[in-house]
Design a protein around this ligand. Structure first.
Ligand SMILES: [Zn+2]
Length: 249
């Protein structure tokens, strides 16, 4: 086991150390120190996440509920065809946009005509995900601290717990460090690339192979979501955008 391997593995699973890892930690001072720091950071993050929820959370939830009610009524009176056959009507989609805008969330429009840049980005995100294909088959949720640590490394503050995260790593995309997460859903894994140092010109969503790829802007930087075609990704996008806060750099 070398240092790189040790660090890669402990980043993924800092709580349980396999015997080979323990042996390396005992031999290598640098990695021992790295591990101690990692543990300290995990503890700090756990503490930070135990802080009460933001003051305006109740308002946001009520806003979301009122939207759900309104869109249900609108739905009953409307004959709009479902967008992308995902069980969402156009009116819900637009309603969703209004809510999202009011709570500063990013929302993506499905587009049929994509620029070559958007196509290239889509390809790049899918390739990146496939390059870490092992991340798609993990079953066990990882610790809150581990997720927080990964986000923290790129200047993102976790604002709430993201559920069912099975993978978290820091990767490089176009020369910038990003947070790469995978969230498990009943339709399959959703890969989330949070790129606070990288803003792309336009938001978009498109399908590629068996995947759908959506790029949304954050307060600073952007986030790409890559999930199974059959999944309605909007709830996950909203959950993620509500759970992270990009610190001003
Ligand atoms: Zn990655």
């Amino acid at each position: 086991m070398n240092c790189l391997e040790f660090r890669r593995v402990v980043l993924e699973e800092p709580q349980q150390l396999a015997p080979a890892l323990v042996a390396h930690k005992q031999q290598c001072k640098e990695c021992h120190r790295y591990y101690v720091q990692l543990q300290e950071q995990e503890a700090l993050l756990m503490e930070a996440l135990a802080v009460p929820v933001p003051d305006d959370l109740a308002a946001k939830i009520m806003l979301q509920c009122s939207f759900d009610e309104t869109s249900d009524q609108a739905d009953a009176n409307s004959s709009v065809v479902p967008l992308k056959s995902k069980g969402k009507t156009f009116s819900q989609f637009i309603g969703g946009f209004a809510v999202a805008a009011s709570v500063m969330l990013g929302v993506v429009f499905w587009q049929t005509h994509l620029s070559s840049e958007q196509r290239e980005l889509t390809e790049m995100f899918v390739q990146h995900m496939e390059h870490e294909a092992h991340s798609l088959v993990l079953e066990e949720p990882i610790s809150v601290g581990r997720v927080g640590f990964t986000l923290n490394n790129v200047g993102i503050k976790p604002m709430g717990e993201l559920v069912n995260v099975t993978y978290a790593a820091n990767c490089i995309i176009e020369d910038k460090m990003v947070a790469h997460l995978v969230v498990k859903t009943d339709k399959g894994p959703v890969t989330i690339l949070l790129m606070p140092n990288k803003q792309f010109k336009t938001e978009f969503a498109q399908e590629a192979k068996q995947w759908q790829v959506a790029l949304t802007n954050m307060k600073q930087g952007s986030a790409a979501f890559i999930g199974p075609k059959t999944l309605d990704m909007e709830p996950i996008q909203q959950q993620v955008m509500q759970s992270v806060d990009v610190l001003q750099i």
